[in-house]
Design a protein around this ligand. Structure first.
Ligand code: ADP
Length: 690
């Protein structure tokens, strides 16, 4: 090999080989020989890594039929793994291969690439797997979503239906309540007539009766009595169902309740084989009741009357005992026919009577227990039965000794007894306890303290005790007496400046304003708005009281009108002596005094005021239409704050002068309003030139 060839061989990466059909190398060019000197005679396979043998065979097989390009084989050149990229073609009975050695870096890169691509493929497969999983999940999710959506629409539909039903029920129950109430009233009148007239006839006031007539009349009377009971029960039931029963709580000892029950029920014991026992032995330990005793008695009467009806021998026993959580439990136990378990729930339904021989013998409406159970609920308690057929029954009424509304009311009243300095007191007159609770709940959350009053009398009592920052009057049931109270409050100088708000169901805004209410609202009241308004009203704080002493009614009227809508509250009198008295009683912030009064002068009044420590320092503004002489002016300059000319009186001037007087007396710190143009007529006394 020439030197040039040697260099070429070293530089070139190309090599050429030829193999026979057995893969034995029959020719190797100089470059191939420079890498593998003993190449000729060896198989191509033997130059490769063992793992690459199949690849060599495949290459040779493919090259026997067509030309091959770019086939990489890992060969071992001088013990060094070398990658050679072959092109091969068939030539007669041999295969000629031309290879190019792939540089190491390229191999690494390719290997790297292969790795990366393998990795990528792995990642891709993984991603694919994730994607599939995700798709699966998405599908499941969208299925769930669809299901949810369906459930939701179902729920919505159900909700709508329920709403509709609710409305319908309410409508129905309203209609029912109205119809029942009306019909019952309509029934009552003729029934009462029948009862009255049959009694008249039975008393033989219209002549004697034959025994047959008497028998017939007694039938009529008995039927009328039945009807009367039915109508009364229906009426009661309608009232309870419509939520119209009024709770009339009173304090009553259990023993008194039971004693009167015994008195009322004894005449009903007509069967001498049955004894009515009202057991008061456990009573001393019982708490006093503060609930609607009338309703408790009504329930117990019904239970005892039932027990007597369904007991042919033995006893009916009424007991009372103390139960947990401040409850009192009344039991009416009998030794009567008893009630089968399947009827325990039914008997509390309207018009349900259990068929029995005894049932056919007695009268009843089938409404008593239904009404009793509802009344028990109104009382915050419950009515239950325990009974076995043929063994008698025990009906148990459990009620809180103190009704919840009473408890809440007491709590509010107790809170109101002590003014909370951190809260703004608001007097609320409302005869409905529930609404009063609502006020309390709303207002107490917002820094107000409710001083509750359920009657005008209670409201007066509160006002005597304290001065609230605002008053809310709910005048629904109180009628005229409330309006009178509004008027009274607005006329009384002590309370006139308390902002007063009237809330009611009918539009009486004119009336409300006429009697001096500051606000008039129609129900229903929006709680948040109420709080904002009250805060606003209460913030105004007490008004500045201005006492006007002037014998001229027109002048007083003028001042009243001028100060209307301002923070000044006018108290007035035409009499000098009364003016002094009023000043002592009401402590006005400022006095507007007429210079010439009917039977006195301003100096008499001033003397009266200065003679008493309570009124000595009240600033006085002299009001006059008279031109004052030098002496008068000199005296007034020491004793009055300023002079207000009646001739040029305007709102600004009046307010300005009052403020000046208040500021001078240290009562107010407000800046006086801008002086109007005709200042000279109303200049402050000090420094005045007249
Ligand atoms: P009624 O006016 O018919 O007594 P109630 O609603 O008071 O109506 O009672 C419903 C039914 O419950 C009665 O008709 C009766 O069948 C059954 N019942 C009530 N109290 C008793 C009792 N103490 N013993 C047996 N059955 C009773």
């Amino acid at each position: 090999m020439s030197a040039r060839e040697t260099i070429l061989t070293r530089l070139s990466r190309e090599l050429a080989l030829a193999c026979d059909d057995h893969g034995v190398i029959t020719f190797a060019d100089a470059r191939a020989l420079s890498h593998v000197p003993d190449a000729v005679g060896r198989t191509l396979e033997s130059l490769c890594e063992p793992a690459a043998a199949p690849s060599v065979r495949a290459l040779l097989a493919e090259a026997s039929s067509c030309a091959v390009r770019g086939w990489e084989l890992p060969l071992a050149f001088g013990g060094r793994p070398t990658t050679v990229c072959f092109a091969a073609a068939r030539n007669g009975d041999e295969t000629v291969l031309v290879g190019a050695i792939v540089p190491d870096a390229q191999v690494t890169a390719v290997t790297g690439l292969a790795h990366s691509s393998a990795e990528l493929a792995g990642m891709h497969r993984e991603a694919q797997h994730h994607r599939q999983e995700l798709a699966g999940r998405t599908e499941a999710l969208s299925r769930t979503l669809v299901e949810l959506h369906e459930s939701n629409s179902g729920l919505l539909a159900l909700h709508g239906e329920l709403d509709e039903k609710n409305h319908a029920i309410r409508r129905d129950s309203d209609v029912k309540a109205r119809v029942v109430a009306n019909v019952s009233h309509e029934f009552r009148t003729p029934i009462n007539s029948i009862l009255g007239i049959t009694q008249l006839l039975l008393d033989r006031l219209d002549g004697d009766l034959t025994p047959e007539q008497e028998k017939q009349l007694r039938y009529v009377r008995t039927s009328a009595e039945c009807l009367s009971v039915l109508v009364n029960d229906l009426l009661d039931l309608a009232r309870v169902e419509a939520g119209k029963t009024q709770l009339r709580p009173e304090k009553i000892a259990v023993v008194d309740l039971l004693t009167s029950l015994r008195g009322m029920m004894r005449p009903l014991v007509t069967n001498e084989r049955v004894e009515l026992v009202v057991d008061t032995s456990a009573v001393p330990g019982l708490p006093q009741l503060d609930t609607d005793a009338g309703k408790v008695a009504q329930i117990l009467r019904n239970l005892v009357s039932n027990a007597l009806k369904f007991t042919t021998s033995g006893e009916v026993r009424v007991t009372a005992r103390s139960a947990a959580d401040g409850f009192v439990s009344f039991a009416v136990a009998d030794t009567g026919i008893g009630i089968a378990p399947e009827d325990h729930a039914r008997i509390f339904e309207d018009f349900i009577q259990v068929d029995s021989e005894q049932q056919r013998r007695v009268r009843g409406t089938g409404l008593g227990l239904s009404l009793s159970r509802k009344l028990a609920q109104v009382l915050g308690g419950r009515l239950t039965v325990a009974s076995r057929l043929g063994e008698g029954s025990v009906f148990t009424l459990e009620i809180p000794a103190v009704h919840e509304e009473v408890r809440e009311m007491v709590a509010i009243e107790q809170k109101a007894e002590h003014l909370d300095p951190a809260r703004t007191p608001v007097l609320v007159l409302e005869d409905d306890r529930k609404t009063l609770f609502l006020y309390e709940r709303y207002l107490s959350r917002s820094g107000f303290q409710v001083l509750p009053a359920r009657t005008t009398e209670e409201a007066r009592a509160v006002l005597r005790r304290t001065k609230p920052a605002a008053i809310v009057f709910d005048v629904m049931l109180e009628g005229e007496t409330t309006w009178q109270l509004v008027e009274e409050i607005k006329k009384n100088p002590d309370t006139a400046d308390i902002p007063l708000m009237v809330v009611t169901v009918v539009d009486r805004s004119e009336k409300a304003r006429a009697v001096g209410a500051d606000e008039f609202w129609l129900k229903p009241v929006d709680g948040e708005r109420l709080i904002r308004k009250l805060a606003d009203l209460a913030r105004r704080g007490p008004m500045t009281k201005v006492l006007v002493i002037d014998d001229d009614e027109a002048a007083r009227y003028l001042i009243r009108r001028l100060l209307e809508g301002t923070d000044y509250k006018v108290i007035e009198t035409g009499d000098a002596a009364e003016g002094v008295e009023l000043a002592r009683a009401l402590h006005p912030h400022v006095i507007l005094l007429d210079f010439v009064l009917d039977n006195a002068t301003a100096f008499d009044v001033i003397d009266g005021l200065k003679s008493h420590p309570d009124t000595r320092h009240i600033p006085i503004v002299i009001q006059t239409s008279k031109r004052l002489d030098g002496d008068e002016r000199a005296r007034l300059s020491t004793e009055a704050s300023s002079i207000l000319s009646k001739a040029h009186l305007s709102r600004e001037v009046a307010i300005g002068r009052i403020r000046d007087a208040l500021v001078a007396a240290g009562v107010a710190t407000v800046t006086p309003v801008a002086r109007p143009a005709h200042q000279s007529d109303n200049a402050p006394l000090a420094g005045a030139d007249r």
